[in-house]
Structure formats: structure tokens, C-alpha cells
Ligand binder design. Structure first.
Ligand code: SF4
Ligand code: SF4
Length: 251
């Protein structure tokens, strides 16, 4: 199956986004004075979890092992450039003012960056004319049609794995040890760019292991009660600063 595509330069994908960044990209983004957030979500991970499935293997490779009370969890940490409205690099004519140094996630859009997830054109910001059948092939049988794009996508995913230890130490330097339950939302640490860079420098210098004990934040009373029954540290919060929710608040 082939998906055809050509960018119309409408600029929609450069508005109101959280762009997933590698550590190096996040350093450059914050170095330019722009906002970088650290997001966390977690999965309960029993000792006898079946880790043979490729999806589970990938999840394990991209998460850190922690404890929430007496329950083993794995936590995914994601660095994102956050911008409400237009990206700070977007020029008035909708060209990228950071084209040569733009993050990989911008270079591969609208391809799906996560493995095991299909790209769904209807869920992308691109207008219908960007997908016309006479345009170049973007994706063939779920894979990028060009080796150049495939290499960028591969580098993006590899950075997700390679950056994990440093992101764990960064979370510790930011005193950030709260995660949302995966599927419910994301806990969000939103330091100012200067604070982010200082914490990143600290994380790069330290060799100490990050804290192994985390807690959970949720905006659903049923989740809070369920975790409290397991003696897991849990905090009920409203959607907003520090918590992005997939569900309406249930406080
Ligand atoms: S860096 Fe460039 S391509 Fe990426 S969101 Fe900003 S303006 Fe768009
Ligand atoms: S939304 Fe799609 S068509 Fe519009 S600028 Fe972004 S990649 Fe191009």
C-alpha cells in the first residue's frame, strides 16, 4: 500500500504543538530561549511481564524501571518543545526560519514517529490536497519511501533509546518524580529554559543513579482510589499546569 504526499506549506503543523525532541535538540531549543517540557507516563510492570513481543520490547527499551510504592512500574520520559500558537521559528510566509537546524520530528512529519503505530492521514494537520494520488510516494507498506527519510526516522527512534539514562538524571535534577498512568494523561514538568539548561548540565555531570521511587498523578478519583488501595503514592490533580489529561476531570 502506498501513501502519496507533498507539503502544501500551509503551516498548520507548526502551530500549537508539542514536538518530541532528543536531548541534543532540546538543548538547542532551550538555548534559543524557547520552552522545553519534560513529560512522564508510566505502566505497571509486573516481574513476570511477557517481554518477548516486539511492542513490549520497544516499550522496555524506552522506559526506566522504578517503584511506585511496592508496585514495579516503567516510566517513559519525553522531551517536548511546547508552543501555543505559531512555532517561534515560523516565518510570516509559513516557511521555517530554522530550516537547517529544525528537529528531526519536523523533518519526518507527517510520518508516524512511533514504531507499531500506523500513520493515519486523516489525523494529520495536512489539507486534503497534500495527499492527492498523483503526488510522490511518502510511505510504502508502512515504511518511508525514501532511504533519506528512513534514516532520519531511525535516528529519531534511536535517540529515544540512547537518551534515556540522561533523561532519567535530568528528571532527578528537576526534582520531577511524578508520572501519569499511560493512557490517562501525562505529568508535565515545565521549567523555564534557563532552569532546564542548568538541570541538563547537572544531569550530564552526575554519575549518581536517579531516584527509584516515583508517584502517580491523576485527575480521576477512581484511579486515585485504586492506587491508594495498593498503597501506591498518588495525588489527585485538575487538568492544567503539571498535568495533561486524556479525560475530563473526575475529582
Ligand atoms: S522548527 Fe520549523 S518546521 Fe518545526 S515546527 Fe518550528 S517552524 Fe515548523
Ligand atoms: S500541515 Fe502538512 S501540508 Fe501543511 S505545512 Fe505541515 S506538513 Fe506541510
Amino acid at each position: 500500500m502506498e501513501i502519496t504526499f507533498d507539503c502544501t506549506r500551509c503551516g498548520r503543523c507548526c502551530h500549537d504543538l508539542r514536538l518530541t525532541l532528543s536531548v541534543d535538540e532540546a538543548r538547542a531549543w532551550a538555548g534559543n530561549g524557547h520552552q522545553v517540557d519534560l513529560l512522564a507516563e508510566g505502566w505497571a510492570w509486573p516481574d513476570d511481564a511477557d517481554e518477548t513481543a516486539p511492542e513490549t520490547h520497544w516499550r522496555k527499551a524506552t522506559t526506566i524501571p522504578v517503584m511506585v510504592g511496592d508496585v514495579p512500574f516503567r516510566i517513559n520520559l519525553r522531551l517536548v518543545a511546547r508552543h501555543e500558537g505559531p512555532c517561534p521559528h515560523l516565518l510570516p510566509d509559513m516557511r521555517c526560519g530554522n530550516y537547517e537546524a529544525r528537529p528531526r520530528i519536523c523533518r519526518i512529519y507527517p510520518l508516524e514517529s512511533r514504531p507499531f503505530e500506523a500513520m493515519i492521514p486523516e489525523k494529520r494537520h495536512c489539507p486534503p490536497e497534500a495527499w492527492a494520488p498523483d503526488l510522490p510516494v511518502l510511505e510504502r507498506d508502512g515504511k518511508p519511501a525514501t532511504s533519506q527519510t528512513a534514516a532520519i526516522l531511525n535516528d529519531h527512534r534511536q535517540a529515544t533509546v540512547n537518551d534515556l539514562p540522561l533523561k532519567a538524571r535530568l528528571a532527578a535534577a528537576l526534582d520531577f518524580t511524578e508520572a501519569a498512568l499511560a493512557g490517562e494523561g501525562l505529568a508535565s514538568c515545565e521549567p523555564a529554559p534557563a532552569k532546564f539548561l542548568a538541570a541538563l548540565n547537572t544531569a550530564e555531570r552526575t554519575e549518581e543513579s536517579p531516584p527509584a521511587y516515583w508517584s502517580i498523578v491523576t485527575n480521576r478519583e477512581t484511579t486515585r482510589a485504586m492506587l491508594a488501595d495498593l498503597d501506591c503514592p498518588v495525588r489527585l490533580v485538575a487538568t492544567g499546569y503539571g498535568f495533561l489529561s486524556a479525560f475530563a476531570d473526575e475529582l
